[in-house]
Design a protein around this ligand. Structure first.
Ligand SMILES: [Zn+2]
Length: 93
């Protein structure tokens, strides 16, 4: 079991797979921000289809981004509430 795992890992390093993952890691930010070019997007998508670690890190980044924007949306205060807060502040001043 253990030796098989090591063999597979060495194979990945030999065919330059690791440096491709480095490129993907750099593309990840562009992909998440939607700033990657069409070529970069297809390169990225082809890679994560066959590379589980990169696929997982992409999923995690998407999740993080989703949590952040979801959080921001919740923070925005409805105008009526903002007005009533302002009114309350003016009353006490
Ligand atoms: Zn990869």
């Amino acid at each position: 079991m253990e030796s098989k795992f090591t063999e597979a890992h060495q194979k990945l390093s030999e065919d330059g797979h690791e440096s491709e993952c480095d490129k993907i890691a750099k593309l990840l930010d562009l992909m998440i921000d939607g700033e990657a070019s069409t070529e970069e997007q297809s390169y990225f998508n082809t890679h994560i289809e066959e590379c589980v670690p990169c696929f997982e890190s992409h999923q995690k980044q998407k999740l993080l981004k989703g949590l952040v924007s979801g959080h921001l949306k919740r923070v925005i205060v409805p105008e009526s509430l903002a007005l009533s807060i302002k009114a309350r502040i003016q009353e006490t001043v």
